[in-house]
Design a protein around this ligand. Sequence first.
Ligand code: CU
Length: 284
Amino acid sequence: MATKSRTTRTAPTSHAGMEMSGDALLERNLPQLSRSMTFAKMVLANTRAIPNFKDLGWLFPRVCHRRDQASLTDTERSRYLCAFELINNDGTLGQLVDIHSEMHMQHTNARLLPWHRVFLYLFEEALHNYHPDVCVPYWDWTRSGEQHFPDWLAGVLPTVHTPTRTISVIRSPGPDGVLASIAAGVPGALSKNNYTDFSSPINGIHGSVHVWVGGTMSDASVSPADPVFWMHHANLDRLWWQWYNSPQGNHQNPPLTGADAIMDPWTYAEADVRNIAALGYKYT
Ligand SMILES: [Cu+2]
């Protein structure tokens, strides 16, 4: 005979996990990270106390505003670097670097943008474990004022321990004019009216900027160890979102089917990452 229905609610689940709580999501995707405890997590764990707080909006912002790195205050830059250092120290960053070094067919094809959208999302969730209000800044190298390596990062050369090795970040940025000529291909890409014609040049521009920064960034087996990696990819993700919402982009999605549409090693499908609002962030 069937038992009575339970009174306890089970955690929300979805095939992709996008509706899971932040903790459950991290437990599933980055188990090492979920064991750390922050003030925000302690408050969440003690749900009976939450009504005693008047406004927790500041502690758990609903939407992450990813902003142009050039517009951040010194304090905001420090907070990004502080959160980066904390997820480096707890091993999360190293796990992400090793995942990126594996073969997941995430480069030079239509998976580049959706795969790295998930990658950025997990990185940002990890940052939120320490600083719930820190979002990934984007480095808009399409703007003439940002066609040089961001000054505030020049002296930031972390050492990252992954489960398999130790990486000492190095760089050798090329001439500013070369970065400008790489970025000059963006308007043409944005003008295309199907995903493949848009994403193919973006794929090339993506790689050229990696090579332009040089050193760690030019080697896909270690590149996410450089904090600028995430800001570069946030800019690509932003350009994709801009094209997607343009008349010529017309909400067209990557032509991915079957296993190609699953962003392994995670379970997220391409369809799960089409709407950045559903992932809890926006570009400002
Ligand atoms: Cu990559």
